[in-house]
Design a protein around this ligand. Sequence first.
Ligand code: P71
Length: 470
Amino acid sequence: MNERIHHTMGQQSGRRSWAEPWKIKMVEPLRMTRRSDREGALAGAGWNTFLLRSDDVYIDLLTDSGTSAMSDRQWAGMMLGDEAYAGSRNFYRLEQAIQRWYGYEHVVPTHQGRGAEHLISQTAIRKGQYVPGNMYFTTTRLHQELAGGIFVDVIADEAHDPADRSPFKGDVDLAKLERLIVEHGATNIAYVSLAATVNMAGGQPVSMANVKALRELCSRNGIRLFLDATRLVENAFFIQEREPGYADRPIAEIAREFCGHTDGAWMSAKKDSLVNIGGWLAVRDRTLFEELRNLVVVYEGLHTYGGLAGRDMEAMAIGIEESMQDDHVRSRIGQVRYLGELLDDWGIPMVQPVGGHAIFLDARAFYPQLSQDQFPAQTLAAELYLDSGIRSMERGVVSAGRDPATGGHHYPRLELTRLTIPRRVYTQAHMDVVAESVKAVYDGRAAARGLKMSYEPRYLRFFQARFEPL
Ligand code: P71
């Protein structure tokens, strides 16, 4: 006789269970693979998860970028695409959505986030100027450097410590920024580049108090403040949860207030906004807008489509509204947290507190026997794939690239492997499979030997680099 009584996860945590605010209408079958299949696939991919075919992947946690599931309303919107070269009706719907939910007046559509980063960098940076930011993001920093800018990290020190549990690890350290201004003069600072949330720090939020103080500091010095709004909705959730005075305010209101402290924003709509492709750039200043609108026709497409089809802009307009709903955000971050709590209970080392879009495993703590030159985070991504067919992403020394001045590796303090959760795609059972696989790899950590790089491309090397086991 079975004496065991099973408990739901909610019961185990002493609370009532909750579930996603949607149901599934269409499914996409996944291919299950055997370890021997995966060994062949990984060797063929040069031990780089970016080079795997998705057909060889079981649960794909490479990124939450463009991998979310659209709603029935978004798919219906795809049928309302106005594919005119100029003046598409969907552009005006998108423009209105950005004005309403983010509050910026002038909008330039782009094919995705880095298209927008390119335009703002070329327009707002003069060669030799400094661009302070709250930790780097790969494409953001590259576009700033290609425009002749010098990136300077001014994030709070806590952000570089995976174990530090501060609530707003994305905050700018204002003293670091002030020192930079004093040292180089305000005119040698192109703008402050503020990301909310901070991807490379583990999806960590910026507080409202910090963006307010930053606004004051920038205004006093005549420096512009631009926002990377890619995961701002998730940032607004953390403000609602953690910052005094915001508990009863809707996420949409908090997001809009946050934007109110900035001069403009760029966006990869492939994240928060629940679309497979799309981005934008929006500013308050009319003169800057005219420059951006002129440059977009050179690199992206006419200023009323920016490299997108009309249907993509329609899906984005609808996705923006859906992304701002409290129930949606709570369920999205709730799923990430569910996985994080399991792993935390089992003593798996990772970035704390768990952020908005992903679990970031601390590969240094997994593999103390490996130096950063043996690519611990790349090794961990490979081991997870071999164990169960889960695909994750390296966010350590490979991603950090080389210092353009010295040519040597950047050695970031954070050596992380990211398990990124797409929105509205996987179930709690998938999260359980992921958690058990991470545990299995952790239990086998002593056997890991590391990798060496056998091919290194010039730009954003992590995408196409190849490795060999040591
Ligand atoms: C992510 C991505 C996609 C990506 C980009 C580069 C390397 C690996 C994966 C893209 C972002 C982002 C932030 C905060 C701008 C972009 C570029 N993230 N800002 O996390 O997270 O946007 O991909 O649409 O061009 O997997 P884009």
